[in-house]
Design a protein around this ligand. Structure first.
Ligand SMILES: [Zn+2]
Length: 449
């Protein structure tokens, strides 16, 4: 592998220039032209590294698919990434043009550089380096989607419809920031998410709080009463069945959690809170990875402008998200919330489901985990942090459920990549290191049967 790593170093400038060309494409999921241009550019890159590739339609933005025969006897590895990016918004908060890649302080700044272009491009450049050095790879299949940032709506159907084409022994993907210690990071799963909006209506319109106070019901108070039935003051969620399907971490997962770096006091200080409910590392990580949450995201009712407006609000609404853990199902959870409302005197509440993504997790004792850990350690020279699950949500279930394929993800971007925020960036050296890590992973998987 030393030759492969040297090839990456020797071609550093060109790899960066090629990445910059991809970054200049404003592939925001809603801008069709640019999305198409990005898909075509990636297809050309895949062809150049010996992949048979094509752009495939989906119910949304096109998928870029590529396949390359590998060494006999090795596993088939699916590589997943996304070429769409978040909008740049608030452009005045950026220190340089969000769509003109700019290098400063050893970093490349541009929308989409960390999330996710430098990360999946590292796989492609790893293939180039291996090909140039005559190092064989396992059988590889690439799926690059163009609507991850808007919820990957087409991906599960696409995977199901092309299950035979996409069949693989393992899905390996690179996305997300590293652990805040900036050690390379591997994660085996994620929580799911369910976004809900619940609204209540009272009088036909807002009414005078003096003329009608004590007589006309106040919808804002009623919304608060409703929320109080859902969770008690200690934080326990009171929706019947809310913890259905929740399994405690197994032995291998507990061992992983115990090894995670954690400094509760420092983290609380960075977040500007007094403490993280006094939690020790294992409790903190178990709460984050193995337990569902019920979160109020926002409340709307009545008047909130300057001064006062003495009204009784006619309407009140709450936006909630529920993070789900394996093996919870968003559809089942919607039913639980609905029947909770009905049973507690809120049958008239209107409930809208905004988004739903299933949780998924690859077992901590999966045979590919130590192989990936070793490859990452080797290429980076650092001990990776391994998370049994992310607290957040990624569309991993599409592969786990649609293909029955275990998934392992690596985070190649620096912990402060500022994805989705102004001044998104990737440390340039980490992009080069990512190319080496991908090559190391492919090399080890080739012999892993
Ligand atoms: Zn993102």
């Amino acid at each position: 592998m030393d030759r492969v790593y040297q090839y990456v170093e020797a071609n550093r400038g060109r790899f960066i220039d090629e990445l910059k060309d991809l970054l200049r494409i404003r592939s925001i999921a809603s801008i069709g032209e640019e999305v198409k241009r990005n898909a075509e550019a990636l297809q050309a890159h895949l062809e150049r590294v010996g992949m048979e590739s094509r752009i495939m339609p989906s119910t949304g933005n096109p998928m870029v698919y590529g396949e390359r025969q590998g060494a006999d006897g090795g596993p088939t590895v699916m590589l997943y990434g996304h070429y769409d990016v978040m909008p740049a918004e608030d452009t005045h908060l950026w220190d340089s043009d969000p769509f003109e890649p700019t290098e400063r302080d050893g970093r490349i700044y541009c929308r989409g550089v960390g999330d996710n272009k430098a990360q999946h491009f590292a796989h492609i450049k790893a293939l180039e380096a291996m090909q140039a050095c005559g190092v064989a790879t396992p059988h590889l299949k690439f799926v690059l989607e163009g609507e991850e940032e808007t919820g990957s709506a087409s991906l599960p159907g696409f995977v199901r419809d092309h299950a035979a084409l996409l069949a693989a022994d393992l899905c390996y993907a690179a996305d997300g920031p590293r652990h805040e210690s900036n050690r390379p990071t591997i994660y085996l799963g994620c929580r799911g998410v369910l976004g809900l909006e619940i609204s209540l209506r009272g009088a036909k319109a807002d009414v005078h709080s003096g003329n009608r106070g004590n007589v006309v019901p106040n919808t804002a108070w009623r919304l608060l009463d409703m929320l109080r039935t859902m969770r008690d003051a200690s934080g326990r969620v009171l929706i019947d069945g809310f913890e259905d399907g929740v399994a405690p971490p197994g032995e291998a997962e507990r061992a992983m959690i115990a090894a995670l770096p954690y400094d509760g006091a420092k983290l609380a200080d960075e977040l500007g809170v007094e403490s993280l409910r006094g939690m020790a590392g294992p409790d903190y990580n178990e709460a984050l990875m193995f337990r569902p949450t019920l979160t109020i995201n926002g409340l709307t009712s009545g008047y909130s402008g300057p001064g006062n407006k003495t009204i009784i609000p006619a309407r009140a609404a709450v936006k909630l998200d529920i993070r789900l853990v394996v093996d919870q199902d968003p559809g089942h959870m919607v039913g639980l919330v609905r029947s909770h409302l009905d049973r507690h005197g809120f049958a008239d509440a209107e409930m809208e489901v905004h988004d739903a993504m299933k949780p998924s997790r690859t077992a901590a004792d999966n045979r590919y985990v130590p192989i990936i850990v070793e490859a990452v350690r080797d290429a980076s020279g650092e001990e990776p942090v391994v998370w049994p699950s992310l607290g957040g949500s990624i569309p991993q279930y599409a592969f786990v459920e649609g293909l029955g394929t275990p998934c392992i993800w690596s985070a190649y971007a620096n912990w402060d990549e500022a994805n989705h925020a102004p001044n998104e960036n990737v440390v340039t050296d980490l992009f080069l290191q990512a190319c080496k890590i991908s090559a190391g992973v492919f090399d080890r998987l080739r012999g892993a049967g």
